[in-house]
Design a protein around this ligand. Structure first.
Ligand code: FPP
Length: 245
């Protein structure tokens, strides 16, 4: 039987992905299979988040980003949206102490649009508690959309463009990247998506230009530490060329 410890022993510590990003998909289908409501699926999905955070700490991943709520998720029924927003905030509040004890630094990335000031303030207050931690960087993509992130980056550059500080001649990828939500976060090396869907769904579209993509049929609430290590081991078997030969 594959166990976490056995798979962990197979890891090549020279080939660890620095940043793993995850599209947590399949909560609704998982719940439906069990004859339960969608929110039950999301709550069970939160347990998988805990499991992969633990696994990331145990194997020394430096950055883990999870796609918790997308800018497109607002189109879901109001009760599901409310339930998801509450689940994300309450999980953060409940777990923050333990996360911090494990030297985890928590941050949120995403758009401010449609998020109440009260919600943002609460998130900020919790994340602040972990700001000096130096272990795993756990990043929650919340009200996140890759296209709006790119537009926001352009909007942030406009004052400098107007002043002539940013010009067509001096604008580089590095300058552009410094205006993304992910400033100071390295690009993902490995991007995992569960539930059998094979697309990026507007997640880290700029940053994933060279990410290794890993798709599994496992529904998110069933995705555990063993499944996470299997993804990392598969990543370690890939040859990354970054456009070279
Ligand atoms: C996709 O499944 C999942 C989401 C949109 C939400 C993921 C959120 C959590 C797991 C909540 C916990 C998060 C944190 C950070 C504590 P889906 O609803 O699209 O499933 P379906 O495709 O089967 O309908």
């Amino acid at each position: 039987m594959k166990t976490f410890e056995k798979l962990k022993a197979q890891l090549n510590h020279d080939l660890m992905p620095v940043h793993v990003a995850v599209i947590m998909d399949g909560n609704g289908r998982w719940a439906k299979k069990k004859g339960a409501g969608r929110l039950f699926g999301h709550k069970s999905g939160a347990r998988s988040v805990r499991a992969i955070v633990e696994a990331s700490v145990e194997i020394g991943i430096k950055y883990l980003t999870v796609y918790a709520f997308s800018t497109e998720n607002w189109s879901r029924p109001e009760s599901e949206v409310k339930g998801l927003l509450n689940l994300i905030l309450n999980s953060l509040i409940e777990e923050i102490e333990e996360l911090s004890e494990n030297n985890i630094r928590v941050s949120f990335i995403g758009s401010d649009k449609n998020i109440s000031t009260d919600y943002s303030e609460k998130v900020k207050k919790e994340c602040e508690k972990t700001k000096d931690n130096t272990g795993l960087n756990f990043i929650v993509a919340m009200n996140y959309g890759g296209k709006i992130e790119l537009l926001d980056a352009v909007k942030k550059m406009i004052p400098d463009i107007k002043k002539g500080n940013i010009t067509a001649d001096n604008l580089t990828e590095a300058t552009f990247e410094s205006h993304l939500y992910t400033t100071d976060i390295p690009d993902p090396d490995l991007l995992i998506r569960t539930s059998g869907e094979i697309r990026l769904s507007n997640f880290l579209i700029w940053q994933s230009a060279y990410a290794e993509l890993y798709f599994t049929d496992i529904l998110w609430p069933d995705f555990d530490k063993v499944a996470f290590l299997e993804a990392i081991l598969e990543y370690q078997n890939r040859k990354r060329r970054f456009g070279g030969i």
